[in-house]
Design a protein around this ligand. Structure first.
Ligand SMILES: [Cu+2]
Length: 499
């Protein structure tokens, strides 16, 4: 029986009954809870932040990992299940894990605010909130641990997912270097003669906490894109990983004949954007960043940093079907193979025939939320300018460099619009914590687009997002290119009277 073919969902009464049995054996009272949990307990999941070794290009590397209760990366929740998780820090250094795209109370967001400091090595911290269904992910928000693969899927199944009887396939992408993140960052900030405008190391626990024991490789060189002006791919990576494997040894996922698949794509890379290429297949995009969209067909789909796509694929035959993820501006690619049981899987070239174009908003323009924001004028509009350059390597929001920023103030109950104007020659995947927003304008043209948590703002272009201010707290708002964030491209969206 496949995992998604559970015989029946538990009823509320059954959940209550089973939680009674568990309560007697769990030391709830000795734990410090992050929030009051009035709802019945359905059990507690353990997520271990630790280290592991990975074989990449024939060499071994020590990386971080986030291992869930069943020994696999990350966490998968059943419909209605709470995100009731103990994060156990066995990473040997401080960490804090962000539940990207989820909408918990702000103290459970996994961001190193002064009020919610990082988890010291050896400590445990508990989280308990009602998750929203869809394809999410988790990553360290401590320094540059994300680059060292402190990342994992966070899948919240809906009752509809269970009824659909589709084989679920998670494809999580990474960029990988044998250099440490600190070396990669130093290569960017020093190679162009200037120092970063951002004072590194500060009061916000943004020290890198990165792995120090990786095998060294060649120094990352900047790779400029195919056009004369647009900058792509700050880092020259050693490999691109799909579910921790390169395309020379891809994961092969066996399916039934003419299998029906729900592909959950996650771009967990720190500084790389991909084109998902379904090869001979075509698929139907049904959700972006976990939020349902009206069906959009396609076989080449752009995926910016931190974004997710849910794609339904009906295999047309009984063969093997590679799912490629090609780096924008490059030939390099990674991926997995969907193969009907017994089908032969041939070796695939690790490079495509030609460079992929820059990731763009071609898909974004076609997307339409299944559940859009209610029609309403904005109460407040924040216009933010994205600035920066490759030399000196530093990136800013409204001319400010994290952590020396002026918060964007919003108030509970407001409809908020944020117009992001990109004055740079790079695209920036902008992510707002704690809220799902709707894309309402691209380059000044209004649309009723997708509801999501990360949107790409194109070079010299603009994107406007809107959301309802319904989650009081302190929320990070930043570019999800890790190196842009680390050199300043982050600010705060804050509600008043938060202490
Ligand atoms: Cu950026």
């Amino acid at each position: 029986m496949r995992e998604n073919e559970r015989p029946a969902l538990l009823t509320r009464r059954q959940i209550l009954a089973s939680s009674v049995a568990i309560v007697g054996t769990m030391p709830f009272l000795t734990k410090e809870r992050a929030a009051a949990a009035p709802e019945p307990r359905t059990g507690e999941l353990r997520l271990t932040a630790g280290t592991r070794t990975l074989a990449v290009n024939g060499k071994t590397a020590r990386v971080f990992g986030l291992i869930g209760p069943n020994g696999n990366p990350g966490i998968t929740l059943s419909p209605g299940e709470r995100f009731d998780v103990d994060v156990v820090n066995q990473a040997g250094t401080s960490t804090i894990v962000h539940w990207h795209g989820q909408l918990p109370p702000w103290r459970q967001d996994g961001f190193p605010w002064p009020q919610t400091p990082s988890i010291p090595a050896g400590d445990t911290r508990s989280y308990d909130y009602a998750p929203i269904a869809g394809t999410y992910w988790m990553h360290s928000h401590q320094g540059m641990q994300e680059q060292s693969l402190m990342t994992a899927p966070l899948i919240v199944r809906s009752a509809e997912d269970m009824r659909a009887d589709r084989q679920e396939v998670v494809l999580m992408l990474h960029d990988f270097s044998f250099q440490t993140p600190d070396e990669l960052l130093a290569g960017l900030t020093k190679s162009n003669g200037g120092q970063s405008a951002m004072p590194m190391g500060n009061s916000m626990n943004m020290d890198s906490g990165s792995m120090g024991a990786m095998t060294s490789g060649t120094m990352g060189a900047m790779n400029m894109g195919p056009g004369p002006a647009i900058d792509l791919n700050d880092i020259d990576y050693d490999a691109f990983l799909a579910n921790d494997r390169t395309f020379s040894d891809p994961e092969v996922i066996r399916t039934e004949p003419r299998g029906r698949v729900r592909l959950r794509l996650i771009n967990g890379a720190s500084a790389t954007q991909f084109w998902i290429d379904l090869g001979a297949l075509s698929g139907t995009v049904v959700a972006v960043d976990g939020h349902p969209v009206r069906p959009a067909r396609g076989s080449r789909l752009p995926l910016a940093m931190a974004q997710r796509l849910d794609v339904l694929i009906d295999l047309p035959g009984n063969g093997a079907y590679p799912i490629f993820a090609q780096v924008e501006g490059r030939r390099a690619r990674t991926g997995i193979v969907l193969a009907v049981s017994g089908a032969a899987v041939s070796r695939l070239a690790a490079e495509a025939g030609e460079n992929a174009p820059p990731v763009d908003l071609s898909l974004e323009r076609r997307l339409e939320a299944v559940i859009p924001l209610a029609p309403r004028a904005s109460d407040v509009t924040h216009r933010v300018t994205l600035a920066g350059a490759m030399a000196p390597y530093a990136w800013s929001i409204n001319g400010e460099y994290w952590p020396n920023v002026t918060p964007l103030m919003i108030a509970h109950g407001q409809r908020v619009a944020i117009e992001m104007v990109n004055h740079t020659m790079m695209a920036h995947p902008m992510h707002l914590h704690g809220h799902a927003f709707q894309v309402v304008a691209i380059n000044g043209a209004q649309l009723a687009g997708a509801v999501r948590d990360t949107v790409l703002v194109p070079p010299m272009g603009s994107v406007t997002i809107a959301f309802d201010a319904d989650n009081p707290g302190r929320w990070a708002f930043h570019c999800h290119n890790l190196y842009h964030m680390m050199t300043g491209m982050m600010t705060e969206v804050r509600y008043p009277a938060i202490i």
